[in-house]
Design a protein around this ligand. Structure first.
Ligand code: ADP
Length: 380
């Protein structure tokens, strides 16, 4: 919170810090009590904690807070670290409101705001504050880093606007065809329309994928992704995906490895979706003339399904992110605009429910290999 000169209470003497967790001249009888209570809290690295009076100056802050905004303890000592320095102008109004709140009630309802990092960027935080001493205006503020949640919220918003856009296009195409059919005057016009049924079919497929993704997301959020108990030959499922994808995208896909069965226990439809997503991505993120290879192997007690492409690849930094909900690499958005950023997240959750794992190796500009590892049903 930024403590701008508040309506000053004449009975309150503002006490400045000299050193230590609490101001030296604030060593009232109850200080050791308060200090004991808050020292362990200060040591925590999970939450940023700041001690301040009603001035703009920060008296003390723990490491978590300093790391959050990129300042050092020396900056506190030299008076460089002040509330006004780290508070963006746009938060002035809410800060003033919160100062009034703490003066009146001794506490504030936590709220979201931003701090300016020493390097200049903004850091999203959830802050709260409480008066810890009634005979002097000493406040303790808490700041929790919520940048990740904020990024996720932003990606979710982008996802929702993308979904509504993606839903509109197929619906518009289908409406046009339905209108044309309704208005067709004779058999020959009907025949003509029939030729375009393929387009309607492909739009329906798009819609189905989107709706399935949404249903899967909802199921994952409810923690309800179960593997199922069917005995499935993973080889058959992979083969089916490869044949259908090759046909639909007019791409040559090499299928290599294992000729005998690879039995796993689970849910055929969901595993199909996982392989379909991996193969679909390999096609989507590589140029049409580059080979896509799908290979199946037995590795001890596991079936390995590897999908390799020679496409745009993924940087080391982004590999950590691609399994997160709604995440799309910058390169992918530029290279191929279609995509929701939920396929890998859903795939990983399905594979996890089958007690398996998905790994990825990739070199930017060279290509990627996604390996799906599933426990075999017969572990001989
Ligand atoms: P999308 O619908 O965007 O393809 P996914 O969840 O399937 O969503 O993938 C998340 C992101 O991971 C993609 O947007 C892309 O940036 C990256 N990605 C996935 N597969 C590949 C691949 N084979 N090559 C390069 N990037 C990939």
């Amino acid at each position: 919170m930024k403590a701008q000169t508040p309506p000053r209470n004449k009975n309150v003497k503002v006490i400045k810090a000299k050193s230590g967790l609490f101001p030296q001249n604030h060593l009232a009888a109850n200080l050791s009590e308060i200090e004991k209570k808050y020292r362990s809290l200060f040591a925590t690295n999970m939450i940023g904690i700041v001690l301040s009076d009603l001035d703009d100056k920060i008296i003390e802050a723990n490491d978590a807070f300093l790391n959050l905004i990129g300042y050092t303890r020396a900056d506190i000592k030299n008076g460089v670290l002040t509330w006004s320095r780290i508070t963006p102008k746009k938060h002035d109004a809410i800060d003033q409101k919160k100062i009034k709140e703490i003066l009146r009630h001794g506490t504030i309802v936590p709220f979201e705001k931003e701090y300016i990092h020493k390097r200049g960027h903004l850091v999203s935080v959830m802050v709260g504050a409480e008066t810890i001493s009634t005979n002097s205006p000493l406040n303790i503020s808490f700041a929790l880093d919520i940048s990740e949640q904020k990024k996720l919220e932003q990606r979710k918003d982008d996802f929702i606007s993308m979904i509504s856009h993606e839903l509109k296009t197929p619906l518009a195409v289908m409406k046009i065809y339905a209108d044309l059919m309704l208005n067709a005057r004779d058999k020959s016009e009907f025949e003509e329309l029939k030729q375009n049924a393929e387009e309607v079919h492909s739009q329906i497929e798009k819609l189905t994928t989107l709706v399935t993704d949404l249903a899967n997301l909802a199921r994952i959020e409810r923690n309800a992704t179960k593997a199922g108990k069917d005995l499935i030959d993973a080889r058959d499922v992979v083969k089916d995906v490869v044949e259908k994808s090759a046909l639909a995208h007019e791409r040559k896909i090499d299928l290599k490895g294992k000729r005998s069965a690879l039995f796993v226990q689970g849910h055929r439809g969901r595993l199909w979706q996982v392989f379909n997503n991996l193969v679909g991505n390999a096609i989507k993120y590589s140029p049409p003339h580059r080979r896509v290879v799908v290979e199946m192997q037995k590795d001890g007690k596991y079936a390995l399904i590897m999908v390799r492409d020679h496409g745009i690849g993924i940087s080391k930094k982004e590999i950590r992110e691609i399994f997160n909900r709604y995440y799309r690499t910058k390169h992918a958005s530029a290279y191929q605009t279609e995509g929701s950023g939920v396929g890998l997240y859903i795939s990983r959750e399905i594979v996890k429910a089958h007690r398996g794992a998905i790994q990825v190796e990739s070199v930017p500009g060279k290509g990627s290999t996604f390996t799906c590892r599933l426990p075999l049903a017969f572990k001989k």
